[in-house]
Design a protein. Structure first.
Length: 191
């Protein structure tokens, strides 16, 4: 009896492979951000995944600073943004999400928190902030500099944002306590 071995060639769709790999890396990064349902994560940046969105009902923070900058996004090496620094803050009803096109379908990776989220050492680079804002001891300051990004600064001892939606390019927290965290990956209809 004679046996013959035949080789079979397979094909892998590069588009599906890279989309799945990118989604897996994002999910891993988002899990590291939350460090468990009731844990505390330390020094966790989110960047390089393109525009993602942060929505919440209310943010109350102390030690706020804002300055303009040019920064990298998923679609550009340099785009106008604003950097927001907040020393300590609490966020109610946090939602953080990113949409991906995988094959011909859109999926959304989303993290929510059902309980207030406490953060220290926040750095947030945004291309858009829509919110009802309140400031205490608001100061706008011009500085002499050849670097336009250092010519303007806004500070406030206290900031409150309500009904907010932020288009985000970079997010870093020194510590985050995210009780009631939930991670979902779902198909969405996107027009």
């Amino acid at each position: 009896m004679e046996s013959s071995i035949q080789s079979v060639e397979g094909m892998t769709s590069k588009k599906v492979f890279w989309s799945a790999l990118g989604t897996g890396i994002l999910v891993l990064a988002l899990l590291l951000v939350s460090f468990g349902i009731s844990g505390v994560a330390y020094a966790v940046p989110i960047a390089g995944v393109g525009d993602f969105y942060v929505e919440f009902d209310k943010l109350e923070g102390n030690g706020y600073t804002f300055f303009p900058k040019m920064g990298e996004t998923s679609s550009s090496d340099s785009a106008p943004q604003g950097t927001n620094l907040i020393e300590n803050l609490t966020i109610d009803h946090l939602q953080l999400y990113k949409d991906f096109k995988v094959g011909g379908q859109w999926i959304r990776v989303k993290i929510t928190a059902s309980k207030p989220v406490q953060i220290t050492g926040l750095q947030h680079d945004a291309g858009l902030i829509e919110a009802d804002a309140k400031f205490t001891n608001l100061a706008l300051k011009e500085n002499h500099s050849d670097d336009w990004q250092k010519q303007f600064q806004q500070t406030s001892s206290k900031i409150t944002l309500e009904h907010a939606k932020l288009k985000t390019h970079y997010l870093f927290q020194k510590t985050i306590n995210m009780n009631g965290m939930r991670l979902t990956v779902e198909k969405i209809d996107k027009k």
